[in-house]
Design a protein around this ligand. Structure first.
Ligand SMILES: Cc1cc2nc3c(=O)[nH]c(=O)nc-3n(C[C@H](O)[C@H](O)[C@H](O)COP(=O)(O)O)c2cc1C
Length: 385
């Protein structure tokens, strides 16, 4: 199909799918547009790049089922706080209960204001959620990945290995397959805590945590880096220090110290994209050594997915865009996940397909074997990783 033919079909598909997005949309897109949306997270092949970031939208099996039915590519489960065999949690301050979330505008973009932190039910309950996620993963309906916040010591303190051991082994047993896929959260609230106030301390965590976890089970590890309250250079130092992970989720929300809350929106994507730009080839000599990247922060259009992809991200993790008021989505029916996917992919101006076709027309993306490939948006060094 010619590029203009593709664009005409895109407008009609956008209208048609407002009522219902077909579950098998990646196959449809491949047949109808010769666009291959295959993507990657933690070395796992995905049908497309769009996943859910850890948080309030992956707290129970019902949410995961809905996401699997909608055709989401993956979901990172809510962050659990690590514990030892006796149930002690050195990061217990992060296991607080808070249910009220407020979805608010921040300039032209959206943010969710919420004072809660990690998983606040029992560890047993979390293991049950991990098993539900494992079943969906096994059935190839939805890749799910548990998320943990482990003990992070002050600079002269030892790591509490008993928490690393108990939590990692229990998750590996619940997962039941090798390797365990895991995301380690360094949350934005750390940036507002005195624990996150020292550069040497943060760099030590990033260097040492992968081995602390791997000591207890075979793990494919993503580390979700926070936006520390230091400058961009330090953000790059953090990326370098985290090279022991298999993947990096970049970068968690900003922290508003005055209001005591984490926030997102355009400020977040501006910072993330700026730092990522300086990591891509030509920017940083160390590029070949960096792990696979998964982008997070203000992904609210296909165009923004492309911004993250062209800076090396082979997948994206969204939270806020799955929480908008229903009237903000162009679709008229379907679950929020379906409506969000519909807009992200099929919007004729800013959807992922439109932007990939636009880049083809501009000579920035070429067909291979007759197809445009999402992963070809990535700079060479990341494609190979
Ligand atoms: C209400 C809320 C709760 C969140 N909880 C977690 C969490 O437990 N663990 C984590 O790693 N990230 C958490 N996040 C961060 C999101 O996964 C995501 O990375 C971040 O919000 C940026 O994406 P967004 O701009 O699409 O929201 C949370 C975000 C929100 C809004």
């Amino acid at each position: 199909m010619s590029s203009s033919g593709s664009r005409a079909s895109l407008s009609s598909d956008f209208e048609r799918f407002k009522r219902a997005l077909p579950r098998e949309f990646p196959e449809y897109v491949r047949e109808a547009y010769c666009i291959n949306l295959s993507a990657r997270f933690l070395g796992q092949s995905l049908p497309h790049p769009i996943g859910k970031g850890s948080g309030q939208l992956s707290l129970n099996p019902g949410q995961l089922e809905t996401d699997a039915d909608a055709g989401l590519a993956f979901a990172v489960l809510k962050t659990v706080i690590a514990q030892n065999a006796a149930g002690d949690q050195s990061m217990a301050a992060w296991a607080i209960h808070e249910s009220k979330m407020k979805v608010e505008r921040r300039g032209d973009s959206w943010t969710v204001t919420w004072k809660g932190r990690g998983w606040d039910r029992s560890f047993e309950d979390y293991l049950a959620l991990v098993r539900s996620g494992r079943d969906l993963t096994r059935d190839r309906r939805l890749l799910t990945v548990p998320s943990v916040k482990y003990h992070l010591p002050h600079v002269h303190e030892p790591f509490r290995d008993a928490e690393y051991a108990f939590t990692t082994r229990a998750l590996a047993a619940a997962w039941g397959e090798t390797p365990l896929l895991l995301e380690k959260d360094f949350s934005p609230t750390l940036a507002g805590d005195e624990l996150g106030g020292e550069k040497v301390q943060i760099l030590r965590w990033l260097r040492e945590v992968p081995a602390r976890i791997r000591a207890h089970a075979p793990v494919k590890l993503a580390m979700k880096l926070m936006n520390a309250h230091f400058d961009d250079d330090f953000q790059r130092e953090m990326v370098d220090a985290a090279s022991g992970a298999d993947a990096l989720t970049v970068f968690n929300r900003l922290y508003d110290a005055e209001r005591g809350v984490a926030y997102g929106g355009k400020d977040l994507s501006d910072r993330n994209l700026r730092v990522l730009s300086s990591l891509t080839p030509g920017g940083s000599p160390g590029i070949l050594g960096i792990p696979e990247l998964s982008g997070t922060g203000n992904v609210s259009s296909g165009r923004m997915i492309v911004e993250y992809a062209t800076r090396g991200c082979s997948s994206v993790q969204l939270h806020t865009f799955f929480q908008l008021p229903l009237e903000e989505y162009p679709a008229t029916d379907g679950t929020r996940t379906q409506r969000a996917l519909h807009a992200l992919l099929f919007d004729p101006r800013n959807g992922l397909l439109a932007v990939m076709l636009e880049r083809e027309a501009a000579g920035l993306l070429a067909r291979r074997g007759g197809e445009l490939h999402f992963l070809d948006l990535l700079p060479d060094a990341h494609r190979a990783s």
